[in-house]
Design a protein around this ligand. Structure first.
Ligand code: HEC
Length: 178
């Protein structure tokens, strides 16, 4: 190795050392703050915000909504149901079973109506406020496999009105939950 080569090698080496030194010093001066858990920091105490605005507002409990429910409003809100259901006493079955006296009735209990297997599987349960409310909100989600081809009713207060109306359709209406 001649002197020139040694000089070049020395220059390269000292440059590398200076770079390394600068890197170490800047590491000390500008110490990066590392999060305790690696990855992106997401707000963990705001699950509603993360799930979107639709999930943010939970429905009030059915008992609270029933306290301010209006039977007359319920009677007009069931207009959309009349394509498939009758509501008067002795009414016929149509696409869906008649709904007179449905409140407190066992699920899928109308004699001679061809219920889905999903409905028949729930015959030990009754149609009370919570069940009707849940079913009307989203029939397919509440009862996967139901044959009720109705998209669902998103308005919580209107569902309570309908529950109160359905409850009134009886010779002796049953007490609503408080
Ligand atoms: C497109 C037709 C259709 C519409 C609209 C419809 N339903 Fe139904 N409904 C059905 C069918 C079919 C069933 C039976 C479902 C099954 O067996 O799974 C049913 C079942 C029900 C039941 C259970 C009855 C029982 O005897 O167990 C209730 C309660 C009910 N519907 C309420 C309503 C209300 C209230 C509305 C309006 C907000 C409505 N439905 C709109 C077709 C419909």
């Amino acid at each position: 190795m001649d002197i020139e080569t040694n000089k070049i090698a020395g220059a390269v080496l000292s440059t590398l050392l200076v770079a390394l030194g600068l890197n170490m010093i800047s590491g000390i001066v500008f110490a990066p703050k590392k999060p305790a858990i690696p990855g992106y920091e997401l707000p963990s105490d705001e699950p509603a915000a993360a799930a979107g605005p639709a999930a943010a507002a939970a429905d009030e409990p059915i008992t609270v909504r029933l306290a301010k429910a209006d039977v007359a409003k319920g009677a007009s809100a069931v207009g959309a149901c009349k394509a498939c259901h009758t509501f008067e006493k002795g009414g016929a079955n149509k696409v869906g079973p008649h709904l007179y006296d449905v409140y407190g009735r066992a699920k899928g209990a109308v004699e001679g109506f061809g219920y889905s297997a999903a409905m028949k599987a729930k015959s030990s349960e009754k149609w009370e406020a919570e069940q009707i409310d849940g079913f009307l909100k989203n029939p397919k989600a509440y009862m996967p496999g139901t044959s009720m081809a109705y998209a669902g009713l998103g308005k919580p207060d209107t569902r309570a009105d309908i529950v109160a109306y359905l409850n009134s359709l009886a010779d002796a209406p049953k007490p609503l939950p408080k």
